[in-house]
Write a protein that binds this ligand. Structure first.
Ligand SMILES: *[C@@H]1O[C@H](CO)[C@@H](O)[C@H](O)[C@H]1NC(C)=O
Length: 169
């Protein structure tokens, strides 16, 4: 008799269970530094500038501006930027979590909470950084080691990753 009522109680609890799905970005377990295969020697690692653009610079793996953590927003893969931004350069990103975004022409850091832009993900299988829902990929660098974008996804660069301890932003 006790056993039966125990089951009934369990059933009532189970049906009342509420599943909470976080809407903000959820970081995965690994913080990474991305190194471009065939990049400019000694300037091969993706780096976020003060204005949120992405360049290739020296692989200073302990610097927050080199670090990115793959994660998810509502099940969609994103790349969460470790560094923070200041009001002088990116007032829209102060105190926000930034993700790598594709704005139609370039990849850059933007507010992970924005609903009107596409975010980027790391395609682990072929080492590429690509836009969700678009062909665009990072496609190497110019002579000044500024990263380039191929909006058609035909010439994607490939990256190796190094897992690092996240540095305080
Ligand atoms: C996209 O970002 C790049 C780099 O910050 C910028 O030069 C360009 O104007 C932006 N394009 C749009 C459509 O916002």
């Amino acid at each position: 008799m006790k056993f039966t009522s125990g089951l009934a109680l369990f059933g009532a609890l189970a049906s009342a269970q509420v599943i909470i799905i976080p809407t903000g970005p959820v970081k995965g377990p690994n913080t990474l530094v991305f190194k471009e295969i065939g990049g400019v020697p000694n300037n091969e690692c993706l780096t976020f500038t003060n204005n949120g653009n992405i360049v290739n610079a020296a692989c200073a793996n302990t610097h927050a501006d080199r670090q990115v953590t793959p994660g998810k927003i509502l099940g969609t893969d994103v790349l969460i930027v470790q560094r923070s931004f200041v009001s002088q350069f990116r007032p829209d990103l102060v105190g926000k979590t930034s993700c790598v975004a594709f704005n139609g022409t370039s990849f850059l850091a933007d507010d992970c909470a924005r609903k009107d832009i596409l975010f980027a993900r790391f395609d682990v299988g072929n080492g590429r950084i690509v836009s969700n829902g678009h062909f665009a990929c990072l496609s190497g660098h110019d002579s000044k080691a500024q990263v380039l974008t191929d909006v058609n996804g035909l010439r994607c660069s490939q990256f190796t990753v190094t897992a690092v301890a996240p540095t305080r932003p």
